[in-house]
Design a protein around this ligand. Structure first.
Ligand SMILES: NC(=O)c1ccc[n+]([C@@H]2O[C@H](COP(=O)([O-])OP(=O)(O)OC[C@H]3O[C@@H](n4cnc5c(N)ncnc54)[C@H](O)[C@@H]3O)[C@@H](O)[C@H]2O)c1
Length: 409
């Protein structure tokens, strides 16, 4: 691969803008100070940081610095509080989500999470696993919509396992329903069938209000992107999917400017590999979204680059990289912090409606890649291999760059 820093690409934004007001207002600044000078008023937001386990603290530390610097350029200040979750919380308090952590998260304007989990707690009982703390946090915050962009950056095209001509230009968003469906439906459990054989069972269930609210999020997202929603279901077999299709179609009438199509999930899984460029915004239920968003993320070839946002109706959103705690590289300064940095950009956009600051961060990430800096997971011949801390420093340098002032506005 050619040296990227020798051939800088034009700056571009990773994700288009979205005004989050329709599906949960951006958190209002808690304090607005007007000073006597002509400076614009500063906005102040509280952010709960949940570094978690493994590489979590390393990547959150970088994202915090980037958030602070980008904010300072845009008249925003942050009040950070750091709380334990996952394995770190288990070691400290005996539970994976202490009450104090959930209370702090709920009280704040947004939550930025690193990652949870690790070998040490793998054999714990279910209620004492780090992952249980994360599920409790999502439920506690009521975050029902999970937004996962999958963008193939020209700088990282060689990292994709797909052919260049298939991967090039992919820029899609998966909107996954997060708090309903088969993962939560009742009845569920183990039992015995008529023949006396042991069975396990779960229930896929969706109500009209659950479908309508996630559909609205997807249409709003698409409206600010390329105006296309593809709703993915299994309406040829499942009743819950039949209702899903009916309601998404109905809600779609409120958005005549957005083009709606429907696709069965098995076909969608194929189409994501065959021709991913056809997709703009995909909306789907919890279990299909779980699978398809992982598939979509791998189109980009790098788990260390992918952010996510989980949005509630009115409370704080939860912003986190899609990767886990990567215990194999934890504490070695090898982690790619960019997924968490880009999650911080999503926090600004979807959590606070601070578009300029969000763009500033996204543009800084592109600029840093254009200058050729790469962590191990995205490194290729001709680029400069750096660790987590150095990558953070280079992003900070890009945030400060004069070039970004015009690019971000
Ligand atoms: N949301 C979360 O916090 C979350 C998500 C997935 C897994 N987990 C937990 O994380 C632990 C490890 O799980 P896993 O190994 O299946 O998934 P993982 O995402 O932690 O790691 C998978 C592979 O990707 C690499 N990787 C991940 N993030 C990276 C980054 N930012 N930079 C460079 N390389 C990176 C890792 O080194 C590893 O080789 C488990 O305990 C799991 O339960 C947590």
């Amino acid at each position: 691969m050619a040296a990227l820093h020798a051939h800088p690409r034009p700056l571009r934004t990773l994700t288009p803008t979205l005004t989050p007001r329709r599906f949960g207002p951006p958190r209002r600044p808690r304090t607005v100070r007007c000073n006597a000078s002509a400076e614009p008023p500063r906005r102040s937001y509280s952010v709960t940081l949940l570094p978690g386990d493994g590489i979590g603290p390393e990547v959150v530390s970088v994202a915090k610095d980037v958030l602070s610097l980008a904010g300072s350029h845009e008249g925003i200040e942050f009040r950070f509080s750091e709380m334990p979750i996952g394995g770190a919380a288990l070691d400290l308090t005996g539970v994976p989500l202490p009450e104090e952590t959930l209370a702090a998260a709920k009280e704040s304007d947004a939550v930025l999470l690193g990652a949870i989990g690790g070998y040490k707690w793998d054999s714990n009982e279910k209620h004492l696993k780090p992952e249980t703390g994360l599920l409790q946090l999502r439920a506690g915050l009521g975050v029902f919509a999970n937004l996962r962009p999958a963008t193939v950056l020209p700088q990282l095209i060689d990292a994709s396992t797909l052919k260049k001509e298939v991967a090039e230009g992919v820029d899609l968003m998966v909107v996954r329903e997060l708090t309903g469906g088969i993962y939560f439906g009742k009845p569920r459990g183990f039992g015995t069938n008529h023949e006396g054989e042991e069975i396990g069972f779960n229930t896929e269930v969706y109500s009209v209000s659950e479908i309508d609210r996630i559909a609205r999020v997807a249409f709003e997202v698409a409206r600010k992107r390329r105006g296309k929603v593809c709703s993915v279901d299994k309406a040829n077999v499942l009743e819950a999917s039949m209702l899903w299709r009916k309601r998404v179609t109905y809600v779609g009438l409120e958005f005549p400017d957005v083009q709606l199509s429907h696709m069965y999930v098995d076909n969608a899984a194929m189409q994501l590999i065959r021709n991913p460029k056809q997709f703009d915004t995909i909306v789907t239920n919890n279990i299909f979204g779980d699978i398809l968003s992982d598939e979509a993320s791998m189109l980009t070839g790098s788990i260390g680059m992918l952010p996510s946002a989980s949005i509630s109706e009115s409370g704080p959103g939860l912003f986190e990289p899609i990767h886990g705690s990567a215990p194999d590289i934890a504490g070695q300064d090898k982690a790619n912090p960019l997924a968490t940095v880009l999650s911080a950009a999503m926090l600004l956009r979807y959590g606070f409606g601070e578009e300029n600051a969000a763009k500033r961060i996204e543009t800084a990430v592109i600029e840093t890649l254009n200058r050729g800096f790469r962590t191990g997971d995205i490194h290729s011949y001709g680029t400069t291999l750096v660790g987590c801390k150095r990558m953070g420093e280079e992003v900070l340098r890009s945030v400060d760059s004069e070039k970004l002032v015009s690019a971000a506005h």
